[in-house]
Design a protein around this ligand. Structure first.
Ligand code: UDX
Length: 440
């Protein structure tokens, strides 16, 4: 089976490489020539565990190709996946420019049947727009080549994307034709052997499923963050409360960790887009509006804790603050919408000095923040002479530091744990002042 994947961003590259690993002949297409050139020589533009290895292996095996020309790839393939970006417009709605460009290129060049599958997260109704754009281009050419459109949203988590692809909880496919359904069944057959479920449904429901899943997950996070802050105010421990409610199988214990707010490329963008899409359709997503507000507030909570500890914002001037973690979560160098990008400007604005360490996101941070922040070579280097340490990303290597060494290196033993990963009793016994999220 031969397929093309347009867009070699996070989703496109992971999806293409994984299908190639399953034996499908995959051509990845991107208009960025230098990116394609680098991919051909095995250099991948993102950090994702095992991805580089798999790209190299499948490229060498001749199952994974890279090109800038969709026109050239098109005659060879039965399915084209569109995994191009859908950046938020100024008003928060998803910008479909790239998705529709791909559709138009297909419409202009197709000579035989092709199934056009949207992987990008797109508002309900996008498949219909893709279909219309392809038809329009065919009409201009005066041809009527048959085609189908389908929606196959991705549920990959950064840092765990290969595993998520190979062992998904479910695969959601929206189709409206027998032929499209058969093709998608054939494509996912190698994974079907692993006993997971492909859920076929109508196209709008598939498009909506992706948004609703992310919205539900983000809601859990804002909910538990709200509960955490109240716990703190009334003298309860959110860790206990989280376990207590998570034991109810209707609630479940996953994805219920309080922290310094959700970030990344999906939740913030998708929540805004869904709120916007509801407004456009005469509805309101009132819960989600609150989810977003709570998250914005939560990203500011670390700064608040620091300011309160030092007796007000003016007292932060000249303080040296060490940050452990810059990425929006562990396992990635992605800093999009990361809490660090809220905290760092607040600290700099207050006149504090910031020294950061992240196992993989330092280059990304330099690109975004320039020289405003100093970067340490390791976690212990970052805390040297620091007046406070803030943990932002729960990388494994931060879980069990040698606190004696950290304490000796710091000027003042203050720890703000933005992810509740440290043992507060141990820290307090060593003379640290400890602040967590929703714990006393
Ligand atoms: C998410 C969805 O999980 C995935 O299915 C979708 O396809 C894309 O968006 P991702 O953005 O990679 O994936 O990260 P995820 O691991 O879901 O974490 C999202 C954010 O929520 C992170 O900022 C994380 O720190 C935060 N989070 C997650 C919490 O604060 N608490 C939790 O309990 C879980």
């Amino acid at each position: 089976m031969k397929i093309a994947i347009v867009g070699t961003g996070y989703v496109g590259l992971v999806t293409g490489t994984c299908f190639a690993e399953l034996g499908v002949d995959v051509t990845c297409v991107d208009t960025d020539a230098s990116k394609i050139e680098r991919l051909r020589s095995g250099i991948i533009p993102i950090y994702e565990p095992n991805l580089e290895l798999l790209v190299e292996k499948n490229h060498k095996a001749g199952r994974l190709h890279f090109t800038t020309s969709l026109e050239e790839a098109l005659p060879e393939v039965e399915i084209v996946f569109s995994a191009v970006g859908t950046p938020p417009d100024e008003d928060g709605s998803a910008d479909l420019r790239y998705v529709l460009q791909v559709a138009r290129t297909i419409g202009r060049n197709m000579e035989r049947y092709v199934l056009v599958v949207t992987k990008s997260t797109v508002p309900v109704g996008t498949a219909a727009k893709v279909r219309a754009a392809i038809r329009e281009e065919q009409d201009k050419r005066g041809v009527q080549v048959p085609f189908d459109v389908a929606s196959n949203p991705e549920f990959l988590k950064e840092g765990n994307a290969i595993e998520d692809f190979m062992r998904p909880d479910r695969v959601v496919v929206g189709t409206d034709s027998e032929r499209a359904r058969d093709l998608m069944t054939k494509l996912y057959k190698p994974l079907l052997l692993n006993n997971f479920r492909v859920m076929f449904m109508d196209i709008p429901s598939a498009e909506m499923t992706k948004y609703a899943a992310n919205a539900m997950l983000a809601t859990r996070i804002s909910f538990i963050n709200d509960v955490a802050n109240l716990c703190q105010a009334v003298g309860a421990d959110v860790n206990m409360v989280r376990k207590g409610i998570g034991a109810d199988s209707r609630i479940g214990n996953k994805f219920l960790y309080p922290g310094c707010g959700y970030g990344g490329s999906c939740f913030p963008k998708d929540i805004k887009a869904l709120i916007r899409s509801a407004q456009e359709n005469g509805c309101r997503m009132e819960v989600l509006e609150a989810v977003e507000r709570v998250n914005e507030r939560q990203k500011g909570i670390l700064f608040e804790k620091l300011a309160r500890h030092f007796g007000g914002i003016p007292n932060l001037r000249g303080k040296r603050v060490a940050l452990w973690g810059l990425a929006f979560k562990p396992g990635t160098d992605d800093m999009r919408e990361a809490p660090s990008l809220v905290l760092i400007p607040q600290l700099l604005e207050a006149g504090a000095e910031v020294v950061a360490y992240d196992p993989v996101a330092t280059d990304e941070a330099r690109r975004r923040l320039g020289g405003a922040v100093a970067y340490a070579a390791d976690a212990y280097g970052a805390v040297l002479d620091a007046d406070a340490l803030v943990l932002l990303t729960e990388w494994k290597e931060f879980r069990l530091p040698n606190w004696e060494v950290v304490g000796r290196a710091m000027r003042d033993r203050v720890v703000v744990d933005g992810r509740n990963i440290f043992d507060r009793n141990e820290l307090r016994a060593l003379g640290f002042t400890y602040y967590g999220i929703g714990v006393l």
